[in-house]
Write a protein that binds this ligand. Sequence first.
Ligand code: NDP
Ligand code: OXD
Length: 306
Amino acid sequence: MSVLVVSPGRNPEAWVKALKNEHPGMNIYVYPEDHDKEEVEYAISWKHPRGIFKNYPNLKVIASMGAGVDHITSDPDIPENIKITRVVDEQLTEDMSAFVLALIMDKMRSISHYYSQKNWEPTSYRSIENTKIGIMGLGVLGKGVAKTLKNVGFNVYGWSKSTKDIDGIHTFCGDENLTKFLSNAEILVCLLPLTPETENILNKELFEKLPKGAHVINVARGEHLVEQDLLEMIDSEQLCGASLDVFRKEPLPQEHPFWNHSKIKITPHIASVTNPKKVVPQMADNFERMSQEQDLLNVVERKKGY
Ligand code: NDP
Ligand code: OXD
């Protein structure tokens, strides 16, 4: 029984080292090195080459190296019987919460604006207690971010698919309550998973339902955002700007108009980065569980896509 590590474009070394450390007996291959495909029952993957997994007749589990699984679920050639797992990790939630708070404070207090302006021109700012933040997605990360922002003193609104009851957060669920939720979101944070339902959700129609002058933060996936609609909505001043950590094409191409837009702030998909050392124990645990035919941790619902 072997484990296959698949991460083209990402150095697999830290993963292999952490796996060997956690499970010295584990037989590990790194794709595409020479290996017997029949031996592989467990794969740890990030952005695999499309279609490869159908060539592994005994593969039982694909573990995402991150919290998101769209890079796996979007491959139509993943057989239905294969279980998909994802990372759930406190550190990942803490890092995401700190990062979103930093983006919001940067926006509210114009910090990077002052840095780039290099002029002594103070402007007024809004108070935290008078600012409403809307979070799309109240899962592991969205809920963590919501709690952090609430504790800092913001008015926090959240939207999810199913009903939620989170202390101190105004929660909304389902498409029928999206408009009401959006009408409160002076700063909108997207923390939805990428699924056929959520793809292109950050579009003109949605932006028009936000309070005028809202700011948009996307730390989920680039495919949530209709890029042209964002540009148009900033031009019309319906939006005052955006902070984007994720993009349809990563790295964001040098010629992309976002790079030189004064109201769009770009970070290179670093909101919350998985630490292999931290999360390999949950993968080794699942490897053991799989071997003993026990229930796995952090399994994705294939039908829901997250
Ligand atoms: P979860 O699966 O824990 O949570 C997803 C949330 O979105 C749930 O609350 C779910 O509702 C809600 N949701 C899903 N579909 C819909 C819908 N159609 N309408 C309304 N709500 C919906 O995900 P995580 O919080 O762990 O992660 C979210 C995403 O963050 C990841 O998928 C990934 O893309 C991104 N990410 C980005 C990182 C970065 O560095 N930029 C790092 C890590 C993750 P319900 O609870 O009712 O099911
Ligand atoms: C993730 C990510 O999904 O890094 O974990 O985006």
